[in-house]
Design a protein around this ligand. Structure first.
Ligand code: GLN
Length: 538
């Protein structure tokens, strides 16, 4: 196996994850098998307990691991299988080291960062290489060079490099080349200093991926090459993309990143076959149709909080050559401004997952508006619970119906805590998580959309639909189209007399890809495009 390590310098949010994923795309399209993993230096055991304000979306894998959102990029850009072993945090490293110490496994030795913590990190690299048949393992190190928490990871990959030999490792450093307006110039000093910092630790990067807002000219590339001690060809420009993150692989291919990685790793691989990818980009840049989708949420101002939801919706658009114009709507604003003002131009309304009470009434208003006005609605997790609360209150006239998450004393707890959750006291990793089977009702829209009667979808929730109310919902025109195989958990609902009103307890957004949109998103965009018909888009 060959190894690529991707570090980041100067500032955070440089898109290391995207760079790693895009390199994965290019190598796969050269016919190589790729594995990807992410190291996160923070001390949380996983991001599952972090607020979206701190961390953005929590991405869930089939095995129920709550991971960093970069793993979402890995799954969307490549075919690599991922499990909980593909995301390692300092929290996990220390937890394991301390457990071993308590078990007496260090045989009386003093437990130290070097070698015990660094060995633990290397073990994880070896675990992937031992269990995967990939040709190349791409490991992304989170954080920025110079962070205290990141040091053991950098030391670990330095030692690993010595161990497996220079012909098997490429270090890529993603850095920033800022444009200073007053000087009218791009500046290389931060990159020089960041590389100097890495070299101090003992890592000399082979390739520099330079994030920039303006192109790097020859002189600048020469300067970076000389001061950072890399060949001229190894200075790779990664300019901000104009339209879509899916352009990144093509941009890096033009800069020959994949070619250089193969050259440095002595990998004999054909050039990347990117024609299908190019067709996706064509549909993203110049779609034949357009649709306006309102996403009604609570963390709307955060770009990363609903990452996979936005991506899956865009994929649904790609499937119909239909560009998605997002209207990001703060649910609380609906409570203040009213539904008509906020929602009338939309082709479709999407209510994503969430926790906590703030904004729930605005979301209920959005669901009611969609139901009453025949506007396509897609509810995800909390978005399904909201749809049930709305239906209970306004169709079944169950006044005060709510979820016990938000109102413990509601007279009509149509959403309540799952039985298995009553005894749970710890917060981390204790929700109903990961891939779970779901049976679809014969003749339902859900079954038609999926073209299957049994599906597997990823979950992340504690509350569920209260089946005491099931019959009343059904009699009033709501179908439970998907349930757990024992029939106990309601997984997918749909309204009978509505063009498209569907909501699921699971998270379909985690299983969508640009070239194979998730069926629910694909069907949602088709319906939304129809409903956009007589509403002006701009
Ligand atoms: N808060 C809800 C629950 O725990 C919904 C979770 C979600 O949307 N992911 O069931």
């Amino acid at each position: 196996m060959k190894y690529v390590f991707i570090t980041g310098g100067v500032i955070s949010s440089l898109g290391k994850g995207l760079t790693a994923a895009a390199l994965g795309t290019l190598l796969e399209n050269r016919g190589l098998k790729v594995a990807l993993q992410k190291f996160d230096p923070y001390l949380n055991v996983d991001p599952g307990t972090m607020s979206p304000f701190q961390h953005g979306e929590v991405y869930v894998l089939d095995d129920g691991a709550e991971t960093d959102l970069d793993l979402g990029h890995y799954e969307r850009f490549t075919r690599t299988p991922l499990s909980r072993f593909n995301n390692l945090t300092s929290g996990q490293v220390y937890q394991s080291v301390l457990n071993k110490e308590r078990e007496g496994k260090y045989l009386g030795k003093t437990v130290q960062v070097i070698p015990h913590v660094t060995d633990e990190i290397q073990e994880r690299i070896r675990k992937i290489s031992d269990t995967s048949d990939a040709d190349v393992l791409i490991t992304e190190i989170g954080g920025t060079t110079g962070d205290i928490e990141g040091l053991p990871f950098l030391e670990a990959i330095r030692e690993f490099y010595l161990d497996v030999g220079p012909e098997n490792v490429v270090f890529i450093h993603v850095t920033y080349v800022p444009f200073i307006k007053a000087a009218g110039e791009l500046k290389t000093k931060p990159t020089q200093q960041s590389v100097a910092k890495l070299r101090e630790i003992g890592i000399a990067p082979h390739l520099l991926v330079c994030r920039c807002e303006y192109p790097l000219d020859k002189e600048l590339r020469r300067k970076i090459s000389m001061f950072c001690n890399v060949p001229y060809e190894a200075v790779i420009e990664e300019k901000d993309v104009d339209h879509s993150i899916y352009e990144v692989p093509l941009m890096l291919e033009r800069e020959r990143l994949d070619e250089l990685v193969c050259k440095y790793l002595h990998l004999d691989a054909q050039p990347a076959e990117m024609s299908e990818w190019q067709e996706i980009i064509r549909k993203l840049i110049a779609p034949q149709h357009r649709v306006r989708i309102g996403v009604v949420g609570k963390y709307i101002e955060l770009q990363d909080a609903y990452k996979s939801v936005y991506e899956a919706t865009i994929h649904g658009g790609v499937a119909h050559d239909c560009g998605v114009v997002f209207e990001k709507i703060e649910a609380e604003d609906i409570e203040k401004e009213g539904v008509d003002k906020m929602l009338q131009k939309l082709g479709g309304i999407l209510v994503p997952g969430g926790f906590g009470e703030r904004g729930t009434e605005g979301k209920v208003m959005a669901a009611q508006y969609a139901r009453e006005n025949g506007v396509p609605y897609l509810g995800l997790c909390l978005g399904m619970q909201i749809a049930c609360i709305e239906f209970a209150r306004n169709v079944l006239e169950l006044e005060g119906a709510h979820s016990t998450e938000f109102d413990a004393d509601t007279p009509h707890p149509v959403i309540c805590l799952m039985d298995e959750q009553h005894k749970v006291t710890k917060k981390g990793g204790t929700m109903r998580l990961g891939s779970q089977p779901c049976n679809l009702k014969p003749g339902s829209k859900g079954e038609e959309i999926y073209g299957a009667s049994e599906i597997q979808e990823r979950h992340r929730h504690r509350y569920e639909f209260n089946t005491d109310y099931k019959e009343r919902f059904e009699e009033a025109g709501l179908t439970f189209a998907g349930t757990s195989p024992d029939g106990g958990l309601m997984e997918l609902i749909e309204l009978n007399d509505h063009p498209f009103f569907m909501a699921c307890q699971y998270h379909p957004e985690f299983k969508s890809k640009p070239d194979s949109a998730h069926p629910l998103f694909k069907a949602f965009i088709a319906a939304a495009h129809q409903s956009q018909h007589n509403k002006p888009i701009s």
